[in-house]
Design a protein around this ligand. Structure first.
Ligand SMILES: [Mg+2]
Length: 184
């Protein structure tokens, strides 16, 4: 069970993921959560930094798709602003949204990473889909609805416990499947 909640990699922000690190992991595609990963929950606006980061990935021929449990109109507007495809109402932790995203992007499991802020949604969905998983620190989680905030305490306990299995520094990353710290 715990294997399905353990991210392969933990970072502060998606902005820490440069082209070099993504390539070092052997990844071709990032499947991105939206709320508290790319933006604050209470805004529909994308910061210039995130917009520039996504553009940089696309310019480097990396593929990007948003996968969110949020509703269609809100997520589609956000995705349009970034110029990337999306899957709304994904029902994470079910893996279906990520599988749909991979089909849409034309990529395989081993070259895909799910990046998100929640163990019980993003990381579990990514693990179930068989892709690499990257946990980011949530952006202003205090703005989230109560049902999401309920999950933060057990998440924090698990994360403290998992800290003992030291996260891999970005510079030591190896292609997906070859990283000793990453149980397949
Ligand atoms: Mg989120």
């Amino acid at each position: 069970m715990i294997r399905y909640l353990a991210p392969h990699l933990r970072i502060e922000s998606v902005l820490d993921l440069g082209i070099e690190q993504i390539r070092a992991l052997g990844l071709q595609a990032l499947v991105l959560d939206v709320d508290c990963t790319l933006k604050r929950y209470c805004t529909s606006i994308c910061t210039p930094e995130i917009t520039a980061w996504v553009k940089e990935l696309l310019d480097a021929d990396l593929r990007v798709c948003l996968v969110s449990n949020g509703r269609e109109p809100r997520i589609s507007r956000f995705a349009e602003g970034l110029g990337v495809p999306y899957v709304a109402r994904a029902f994470k932790p079910l893996p279906l949204g990520i599988q749909t995203a991979m089909r849409r992007l034309g990529v395989q499991q081993r070259e895909t990473a799910m990046v998100g802020d929640q163990l019980f949604a993003d990381i579990m969905a990514g693990r179930l889909a068989g892709v690499y998983t990257i946990l980011v620190r949530p952006i202003q989680p205090e703005e989230e609805p109560w049902f999401t905030r309920l999950k933060r305490r057990p998440e924090a306990v698990l994360l403290r416990w998992m800290k003992t299995a030291s996260p891999t520094p970005l510079r030591d990353l190896q292609p997906h499947g070859q990283n000793p710290a990453c149980a397949p």
